[in-house]
Write a protein that binds this ligand. Structure first.
Ligand code: ZN
Length: 262
């Protein structure tokens, strides 16, 4: 291996290796697929490979700006970066708030514009939901780098094995990864419990190496956020979802280079 090479591993290796690696993460399809069909389906991500002691916290929706602000304050106080999935509508209503989130180093992901269930939309409507949200975030943050992650509203279309292939094909046209989770608070389905420890227990039960944690900008989750961050920080490094995959990828490539595989 070229140890004197100043470039990072991801720069040194062709991009297709990265895509191939990410393509291994989604679960298998229920029936065999031809190669070209597989390539046209957006990958589904639940978590990163369980290799590094890292997790990513993600927070969805953002219909209550004061809760978003509170969450950003908490993340600042902990000096931690999260991955946030606001709807495009929410970003258009409060661009300053999301500019702040972007400037603070949080990753932003696409959560559609209107939060309508994707299975009820036509292909063209799904693309419009995606594109309007990319535009809203681009206008708010000033960043030309498109978001790479799509979180489908309420997981609809992805509650069964392999997910909805029509939606996956449409999403693949925009080269987004369908980003789900493997550790979640139940506060969104059982609200008003007023017990941050109960929320923490749900998250802690499933959080392990490579986990993606799901929270929402709702009162119970944001009240529990300091407790959750304290708990996770003692056990893992907290990174954004894209970093979670980049770091594992770099680690695997470094190992492979050391072993002379490449
Ligand atoms: Zn949502």
């Amino acid at each position: 291996m070229a140890s004197g090479d100043a470039r990072t591993l991801t720069e040194r290796l062709p991009r297709r290796h990265m895509l191939k690696f990410l393509g291994t993460v989604p679960f298998a399809s229920p029936a065999p697929l031809h190669a070209e069909q597989l390539q046209s389906l957006a990958p589904i991500i639940f978590h990163a490979p369980r290799i590094l002691p890292e997790v990513a916290v993600s927070i969805d929706d953002g219909w209550h700006p004061h809760l978003v602000e509170q969450a950003l304050d908490i993340l600042d106080a902990f000096d931690l970066k999260a991955t946030l999935f606001p709807t495009g509508a929410v970003v258009r209503q409060n661009p300053d708030l999301w500019r702040r989130a972007h400037a603070a180093g949080h990753e932003l992901g696409n959560h559609t514009f209107t939060h309508r269930p994707l299975p009820q939309l036509t292909d063209r409507e799904i693309l419009a939901e995606i594109d309007h949200t990319q535009a809203a975030v681009r206008d708010a943050t000033g960043s030309d780098t498109p978001m790479r992650l799509l979180r489908p509203p309420s997981m609809l279309g992805f509650t069964t094995w392999g997910g909805d292939w029509r939606i996956r094909q449409v999403v693949a046209e925009r080269q987004l990864r369908i980003t789900l989770w493997d550790s979640a608070s139940n506060a969104v389905i059982m609200p008003q419990r007023e017990d941050p420890k109960a929320v923490l227990a749900e998250v802690a039960q499933r959080a392990r190496r490579g986990s993606i944690v799901l929270l929402h900008f709702i009162r119970d989750d944001i009240q529990a956020l300091p407790l959750i961050l304290m708990y996770l920080r003692r056990r893992f490094r907290l990174v954004t979802i894209s970093q979670l995959f980049e770091n594992v990828y770099e680690y695997i490539v470094e190992e492979a280079l050391n072993e002379g595989v490449y």
